[in-house]
Structure formats: structure tokens, C-alpha cells
Design a binder for this molecule. Structure first.
Ligand code: PLP
Length: 354
């Protein structure tokens, strides 16, 4: 399918690497395509970044039919542009689309559009280690209709933002708080899909935790309020008796691409890995008997985020000695080494944009 390219005459400039935040500055262009039942996906275009004109009755505003993805483009030392497992993001987006009664798209076509867009915006990709170009594919329901049903028309778009190093003050462990009164997602719901509503549902507990000084909320399963699910926008890993333990994909957990990558590396390194149910009580007992040595989150934004403190009700545990653990560091170094093209590797996780 042909992609029509309209270039802007008013180009912006990328903030200095040290001033890059997360998701506040956007590049000059975006990719957009529309869907109707008759035409399928049509009008594929790269056009100047700008506001959408849309009916206030557009279904996305009322019934939340919206899905998205998050991935990054990295600059290598020899100035190549690399994407990390981008097809896995697009496959997951198609899964989310099926889950929310939205239309799937052709992965090769969107991959092509994504690469063209990233190439066009090359000057927006920061170079300092830790900085990158964040890529946000999104799909929304556009029917101007308040009747409750799935939309017949949709818009898909990709926007880009240069983002700063997640760890501007170093790789320090974060404090997290277990949600006791709230749940993120329930089995049979949409927890395993990357949909806007999961985030809308998480703000109440997260804002409260932030007020209390915690960076993120750790969610428990919605049925028994016992088994650990995930943390904020990250999957969670524990090192217990030198074994890497992570909650299995229960159906209400987001299947993270960083999570799959951590598991694959651990298996390659000969570490024992289990994807299984792990209860909050088991975690606190493992801390008590000294077998819990590290906790870290995994996700595209931070890659690996060591956890130093977990609160559950009135109890708080401290993990390790307050610095980030060796195993967390090893995963962080290995993954970022591959992403930034600084490490030799045998994984086929990189797609070069040229
Ligand atoms: C995106 C996301 C993750 C992490 O997925 P990655 O593919 O590793 O970035 C984890 N949990 C939630 C809720 C998410 O939305």
C-alpha cells in the first residue's frame, strides 16, 4: 500500500539531551491511516504532526475503545538506527485489537510505515546512551455515535518523542506499594491487552501511592487478592534462592516484550527461571528467611528498574543493601547493550532502519 508523504515546512528542534523528559516533546511528522468496514485500512499518510479534528461524539471519548503500543528507536555508536523487537509490538497490538473488537492491520505494511517515519525523523533521535526515540502506535474508535456498540470506523496513528535517560540520577532502586483496596484487571477482562482503560483504572491507587512516597503500585490478582501480577507499567521479577521467578501470564497480566527478553537471556545464561503464581505472603516469607535477594521491574521505558522497598499494609520489606542488585544490573547492561548496538549478540531482536 502506498504511503503519501507530506513534509512540514516548519520543522522544530530537539531539546538538549539533558532536558529531554518523557513524552512531552514530539517530532515534526506522524503516520496516520483510517479504517472503515467498506474500505479496510485506507489513506496511509505521513503528514505534519498536528491536532486531529474529530467529533466530540467520537466513540473513543465515551467508551474507551483505544489501544496503544510503546517501543523505541536507538542510535548506535556507528550512527545506525535500531528498533528492538518491533514486530512483537505490532503483533501484540493486533492481539489487543482482537480483544477490543478493533480491526487488525498488516504487520509488514505498518512496519514499513514505522521505518519510513523514523527515517524521516532521524535528526530527532538523541544519541547519548540512555536516550532514545519513543514510538507510540495508537488506534482509536472514531464513529460519531453515542449508541453503545463497537465502532465501525477507526484511526491508527504513530507519533514519536525523543526521550531522556530514564536514570538521570543513576540506577537507584524504587519503592513500591502493594494495592490492597484496588485491582488493576480481572481474569476474563482486558488486563492482557494494552488498552487505555487499564491505565484509567489504575490512576486512583497510583496517585494515592505517590502521595505516600511510592513510585508505583504492585497489583495483586483480583479474585483472591493474593497473587502478585505486575507493577505500574512493568512486569515484575524476583530472585529467590538464585532462581528467577516471575508471575505466569495469568490472562490479566500484560505480556511484556522486555519480560520475554529477560526470560530468554536468563535461560541462555543457565539461570533457573520459573513463570508461576507467587503470592505476596510467599514473597514476605522469602524476605524473612533471607532467600529473596533481588526484585526488579521490566518494561520498555526503564528497561530494568530495581526495587528496594515493598510495602504491604503495615509491613515493609527492604531488599538488598539499598543499592541495585548484581542480577538486575546484568540484565540492564545486556539489554541496553543489544538495544544500543554496543554488545555482540546472537538474538534476532534488532531491526535496522535504513
Ligand atoms: C507496556 C506494559 C508493560 C511492559 O511491556 P513491555 O513490552 O516490556 O514494554 C507491562 N505492564 C503494562 C501494564 C504495560 O502496559
Amino acid at each position: 500500500m502506498d504511503i503519501k508523504v507530506t513534509r512540514t515546512i516548519q520543522t522544530g528542534s530537539r531539546p538538549k539531551d539533558a532536558d529531554l523528559g518523557f513524552g512531552t516533546s514530539f517530532t515534526d511528522h506522524m503516520f496516520v491511516m483510517d479504517y472503515s468496514v467498506d474500505k479496510g485500512w485506507y489513506d496511509l499518510r505521513i503528514e505534519p504532526y498536528g491536532d486531529f479534528a474529530m467529533s466530540p461524539a467520537a466513540m473513543v471519548f465515551h467508551y474507551g475503545q483505544a489501544i496503544f503500543e510503546g517501543l523505541k528507536a536507538y542510535k548506535t555508536p556507528d550512527n545506525k538506527i535500531q528498533l528492538f523487537r518491533p514486530r512483537d509490538n505490532l503483533k501484540r497490538m493486533n492481539r489487543s485489537a482482537r480483544g477490543l473488537c478493533m480491526p487488525e492491520f498488516d504487520i509488514d505494511t505498518v512496519m514499513d510505515a514505522l521505518k519510513q517515519l523514523v527515517k524521516l525523523e532521524e535528526k530527532w533521535i538523541p544519541k547519548t546512551h540512555g536516550t532514545s526515540l519513543y514510538i507510540r502506535p495508537t488506534m482509536i474508535a472514531t464513529d460519531p455515535c453515542l449508541g453503545v456498540r463497537s465502532s465501525f470506523t477507526f484511526r491508527f496513528f504513530i507519533i514519536l518523542c525523543p526521550v531522556g535517560a530514564y536514570y538521570s540520577e543513576g540506577f537507584n532502586p524504587i519503592k513500591i506499594c502493594v494495592a490492597k483496596d484496588h485491582v488493576r484487571a480481572v481474569l476474563g477482562g482486558v488486563g492482557e491487552f494494552k488498552t487505555a482503560g487499564n491505565y484509567a483504572a489504575s490512576h486512583h491507587a497510583t496517585e494515592k501511592a505517590k502521595k505516600d512516597g511510592y513510585a508505583q503500585v504492585m497489583w495483586l490478582d483480583a479474585l483472591e487478592r493474593k497473587y502478585i501480577e505486575e507493577v505500574g507499567s512493568m512486569n515484575i521479577f524476583f530472585v529467590i534462592n538464585d532462581e528467577l521467578v516471575t508471575p505466569h501470564l495469568s490472562g490479566s497480566i500484560l505480556p511484556g516484550i522486555t519480560r520475554y527478553s529477560v526470560i530468554a537471556l536468563a535461560q541462555k545464561w543457565g539461570m533457573k527461571v520459573s513463570e508461576r503464581q507467587i503470592s505476596i505472603d510467599e514473597l514476605f516469607l522469602a524476605h524473612k528467611d533471607g532467600s529473596l535477594t533481588e526484585v526488579f521491574g521490566s518494561g520498555t521505558a526503564a528497561v530494568i528498574s530495581p526495587v528496594g522497598e515493598i510495602r504491604y499494609g503495615k509491613k515493609t520489606i527492604h531488599i538488598g543493601d539499598g543499592t541495585s542488585g548484581k542480577i538486575s544490573m546484568k540484565f540492564f547492561d545486556a539489554l541496553t547493550g543489544i538495544q544500543y548496538g554496543k554488545e555482540q549478540h546472537t538474538e534476532d531482536w534488532i531491526e535496522v532502519v535504513d
